[in-house]
Write a protein that binds this ligand. Sequence first.
Ligand code: GLC
Length: 565
Amino acid sequence: MRKSALRVLLLVLLPSFALAQPSAGGVDAEGHPWWKHAVFYEVYPRSFMDSNNDGIGDLNGIASKMEYLKWLGVDAIWITPCFPSPQVDFGYDVSNYVDIDPMYGTLKDFDRMEAGGKKDGVRIVLDLVVNHTSDQHKWFLESESSRTNPYRDWYIWRDGKGPNQPPNNWTSIFGGSAWQWSGKTSQYYYHFFYPQQPDLNWRNPKVKDAMFDVTRFWYKRGVVGFRLDAVDTLFEDPNLHDNPVLPGKDAYGEPNQQRKYNTNLPEVMDVLAGLRTVANQYNAVLIGETWTNSVEELKRYYGAHHEGIQMPMDLAFTKLTPLSATLFRNHIAGVVGTGEWPVWVLSNHDIVRAYSRFADGKHDDAIAKLLAGMVLTLPGTPILYYGEEIGMQNNNPTRREDVKDPIGRLGWPQEKGRDGERTPMQWSDTPNAGFTTGVPWLPIPTSYATHNVATEQKDPASILNFYQHLIELHKTNKALLEGDWVALNPDDQNVLSYLRRLKDEAVIVVLNMSPNPQRVSFDLSKQGFGGARLKALLTSGSDGKTFPAMQFEPYGVYVGEVLKK
Ligand code: GLC
């Protein structure tokens, strides 16, 4: 096409395109930044798609699946660390923040993937490991080399309490003392995670400047935001008070402790606000790995004046059990009640897959649809985990010698590690699920024969098609995008029901969270919809035809438009 003809075509297309697809920095018709109406999707690069058949996924593999992500309706992918790394913690031990690990490709491959994503409307979010580096990072190699090295104070070095005694009682979350002796300078360094992941000293302004520059490097390369790793652990009490000891032992045999002096220190918020200031200059979004015990703690991450991060993940769904209407209703009400924009997550690369966590062996696929029916109809932004949309199961190792994740070997059998939730994406029913023609780095569960993209795309009743339709609804239905959240039948212990209400419009969502058939009835007069009828938008195990009474199969889902009388 000649350039002038292309320009005319663009001018004709532009107004409607601009409305549907806000630009990276732009806001939509409701004044919302793009990420509020986006569906995010976590990609574990080792396991998404292997383009060179070495058994490990790579960036060209991800690039080759952009069309699939577009079809599914994904707007942004968060790629877990793909930077050079010794891979002790599978990339969460970064040895260079501004390059790509050769195992995954090159910076050129990254640029190509980013450009392809842009074409398909899939933006790229990278994972910033802010708390620590690899012990092979040049900063640490310098720091460890002598007590007077200019990088010494980039990490946390201390004398022991006495011979063979670490500076205090802090334990690593990955087992053993959090202090590692270094013979080179006869001091200990601090590591919240593996000894190969020394903690950065965020009290040193040089660390801050260097990490802020890392974000600029990637923003300039087209990255639209970061998922910030392990932010809770950025700061430690400089006086090194011992943590209070709790009853019992952890999976690695250490006494449990309350991590009072080395997690969630108030200084964390200053760093987040600093990262946000840089992000704002690039219209970027910050997502937090924010483990919280209450909605008050969650609210804190947004910042009292919204100077914090825009998308702290609410990770409570990864812990809430069992599936119970009361439990989930109360939690949702709490999060919505903060008045902030929620971020919903069912699972990730550290947590047993939601499909397996909630499976009852009888209704597993129905439960997967029910969970999708919830996270994609709540107000806020969902972050899906790759494979969730096809009902991928965990595939836990059964023998210690098969475990790849070091914590699984250290903590066996109590802690089996995270291999089970990181297995290759199941693309088809061909050998190795179409992920590789080599030997996949982790074994694929046998359920790939039925739970895979190609097979499910052909089946209108599949989990995958349910997700695809829901995502479309999530992004196009005004009440689902903008409406408030109103709990219905708040005392029902089996069925979670709510309205998403926007002025005169509403969508009703009804989720039978029980293994039994249920009958529910509604009176929507209080909500201004007395005598209304329903028009089904998406259902599974309920047709809603007898509304205001409705019948549900076990774990049935009904999403419908409420039509005013
Ligand atoms: C985060 C990551 C996890 C990693 C840890 C240490 O929790 O999600 O995979 O092991 O940080 O970087």
